[in-house]
Ligand binder design. Structure first.
Ligand SMILES: [Zn+2]
Length: 320
C-alpha cells in the first residue's frame, strides 16, 4: 500500500441496530451511540465511508445456523419479543436488526476483499460470537463473523480465513462453527475461568481443523503487557504460517479495565497496540486489509476511546 495514501475505511451501520431494545441490560443501544458520538466529536466519523447495510438472506445465515433456529427468532420477534436464553433478549425489531448485523458483516468482508476498502468495521448489534447453530447465547443472536467467513469461503472468494477474537469472553459459537474446518484458523484470547466456560488451552480443533484453533485462557489479573506479548507471538508463529487470505476480527472492548461486566486490565492505549499487531499480520499476508465485527464492550464512558485507539493501531484513520 502507498504509505502516502490515506487508508480507505468503511463503517457499516444501520439505525435499526438501536431498535434491538434491551431495557436495563448492559448490551444496550447506547453502546453504539457512545462509539459513534465519540468518533464524531473527534472528527473521525466524517473521514470514514458510512455504508448502510442490507439484510442477510436466510440462506446466508443458514450456513451457520439451523433453519428452525432462524425461524424461532423470527417468531419470537413477531410475537412481540421475549427471553431466548438466560441473558439474551429478543425485541420486536431484533430479527430484522440481526439480519442487518449479519448482512453488514458479510458485505464488510466482501468489500474489503474486492479492494473497495482497506479496512471495514461492522458496528453492529446484536453481537454474535457466542451464538451457536441452534441457540442464542450470551447476548448473541446470529454469529455475524461466522456468517461472514462462511460466505467468503462458500462463494470461493478465499480458501483460508483467520478469525481473531479479542473479546474478553471465549468465542465459543465461532469456535464450534469451524472446529473441524481446515479453512479457518480461529484464535481466542479470553479471561478464565469465566463465561461461557469453554476455551481451554487443549481445545485445538479436530479432523481437518486440528491445530487450527488456538485458545489462550488468561487469569483476571494478567497484565496487558503479558497479554500483548502472547498475542503477538500467536499471530506471528501460529496464524501467519497458515497464510490466511483475509483477517477477520471479533472485537470486544470488554477487555477494558473499567468494563462493568468483565475487564482484563486493558487501558485505552492498549487497544492501539492490539490494532497495530493485527495490522502487522494483515500487512504481511493479506495486503494490509482487515475486517472488524463488533462483539462486546459495555463501559459507555470508555468504549468510544477504546474503539478509536484500536482503529488508530490498525492504521484505519485518515492521516495515518
Ligand atoms: Zn464479551
Amino acid at each position: 500500500m502507498d504509505p502516502q495514501k490515506c487508508a480507505k475505511t468503511a463503517l457499516y451501520y444501520h439505525p435499526l441496530f438501536l431498535e434491538h431494545k434491551t431495557a436495563g441490560h448492559p448490551e444496550c443501544p447506547e453502546r453504539l451511540t457512545a462509539m459513534l458520538d465519540h468518533l464524531d466529536n473527534r472528527g473521525i466519523l466524517s473521514e470514514m465511508e458510512l455504508v448502510t447495510p442490507r439484510e442477510a438472506a436466510v440462506e446466508e445465515i443458514a450456513r451457520i445456523h439451523s433453519i428452525d433456529y432462524i425461524q424461532s427468532i423470527a417468531d419470537v420477534s413477531a410475537a412481540g419479543g421475549g427471553d431466548v436464553d438466560a441473558d439474551t433478549f429478543v425485541a420486536p425489531a431484533t430479527f430484522d436488526a440481526a439480519l442487518l448485523a449479519a448482512g453488514a458483516s458479510v458485505d464488510a468482508a466482501r468489500d474489503v476483499l474486492s479492494g473497495r476498502f482497506d479496512h471495514a468495521v461492522a458496528l453492529v448489534r446484536p453481537p454474535g460470537h457466542h451464538a451457536g447453530r441452534d441457540a442464542a447465547r450470551g447476548f448473541c443472536i446470529f454469529n455475524n463473523i461466522a456468517v461472514a467467513a462462511a460466505a467468503l469461503l462458500d462463494e470461493g472468494r478465499v480458501g483460508r480465513v483467520a478469525i481473531l477474537d479479542f473479546d474478553v469472553h471465549h468465542g465459543n459459537g465461532t469456535q464450534d462453527a469451524f472446529y473441524s474446518d481446515g479453512r479457518v484458523f480461529f484464535v481466542s484470547f479470553h479471561r478464565w475461568p469465566f463465561y461461557p466456560g469453554s476455551g481451554a488451552a487443549d481445545e485445538r480443533g479436530e479432523g481437518p481443523g486440528g491445530g487450527l484453533c488456538v485458545n489462550v485462557p488468561l487469569a483476571a489479573d494478567t497484565p496487558p503487557e503479558r497479554y500483548l506479548s502472547l498475542w503477538r507471538e500467536t499471530l506471528r508463529e501460529k496464524v501467519s504460517p497458515f497464510e490466511p487470505e483475509v483477517v477477520l476480527v471479533s472485537a470486544g472492548f470488554d477487555l477494558y479495565e473499567r468494563d462493568p461486566i468483565a475487564g482484563l486490565g486493558f487501558a485505552v492505549e492498549d487497544f492501539r497496540a492490539l490494532g497495530e499487531s493485527i495490522a502487522e499480520l494483515a500487512g504481511s499476508i493479506a495486503g494490509g486489509r482487515t475486517v472488524t465485527v463488533l462483539e462486546g464492550g459495555y463501559d459507555l464512558g470508555g468504549v468510544g476511546r477504546c474503539f478509536e485507539e484500536y482503529l488508530a493501531g490498525l492504521g484505519a484513520l485518515a492521516g495515518d
